[in-house]
Design a protein around this ligand. Sequence first.
Ligand code: FAD
Ligand code: MG
Length: 303
Amino acid sequence: MKTEKFEVIIIGGSYSGLSAAMALGRALRKVLVVDAGRPANRFAPHSHNFITHDGSTPAQIAAIAREQVQKYESIQLKTGVVARIEARHRPEFEISLEGGLKYSARKIILATGIIDLLPGIPGFAECWGKTVLHCPYCHGYEVHNTKTGILGNGDYAFEFGALISNWTNDLRIYTNGISTLTAEQTSTLTRHKIAIVEERVKDLSHTGGSIQRINFENGMSENISTLYSKPPFVQQSQLLSQLGCELTDEGYIKVDQFQKTTIPGVFACGDNATKIRTVANAVSLGTTAGIMTNKELIFEDFN
Ligand code: FAD
Ligand code: MG
């Protein structure tokens, strides 16, 4: 079977990948976008803080993005999972989808997002994106001044305690075991009337993702209506290790200011390469990656 050739393959066709695709479509590039359809915010009923789309559903924003990108004839959108990528024939990269289809391109853009590793606490996953939240800029306004908890410990709990106190005065920190906050952090939190609860968490009571109570292993419970938490994350590690892209100490793909990774010809954009996790930033970084990929193609050929 012949491998279809593109100039650029974008892996991940959510906000960031589609923004890169739009820049490349407007530069008349032949582009394949492969997307598995699992954006990080798919659990959230509404997306906020992206100008022109404040309060839209994540799926509405994605649908308009796909519709606009599809107008550029040189762009092909494909649903699928990229299972393998090979740089053996550089400057051509070859990708294989689950199911075996193969495509090649001179440039790769990774817009693969990150995968949140939700804790196994019963109720957590059901409330994730609804009332268990990762970011006050995305959802804090809607729940300001509600009875709020932070599930976390140590430096994260301290920093989030300070941050979230901007949105509510009714705030407690649930460390789910012995506190690892320093004495100084503890006294600052106490001064700001933020209590620290060290009981181990058993589960969350909720109705349809609306959290009502946090229940502890000792049989006690507290009523809450919002819980912030920052679960650890992983990358689409198999593609990255096949390519050899370096990661930062915090686990993001290492990129320069033009979104170039440490592997020539490979760019990365969106959640996989930034700590500022917003749709607006994913769009911005995707646009940059698209523009810089096109520039690299131009100057390789213009000699
Ligand atoms: P994603 O949107 O995560 O998309 C990555 C895409 O790549 C997915 O479709 C995935 O299936 C695909 N993919 C990955 N690997 C492969 C592969 N091997 N083959 C094919 N496809 C692949 N931000 C806001 O601005 N406002 C909000 O209100 C907001 N709410 C959020 C709520 C929740 C619960 C979460 C977790 C995040 C929220 N965010 C919000 C952040 C926002 O969702 C992300 O910043 C944004 O989705 C990042 O876009 P992205 O394109 O980089 O990655
Ligand atoms: Mg088309």
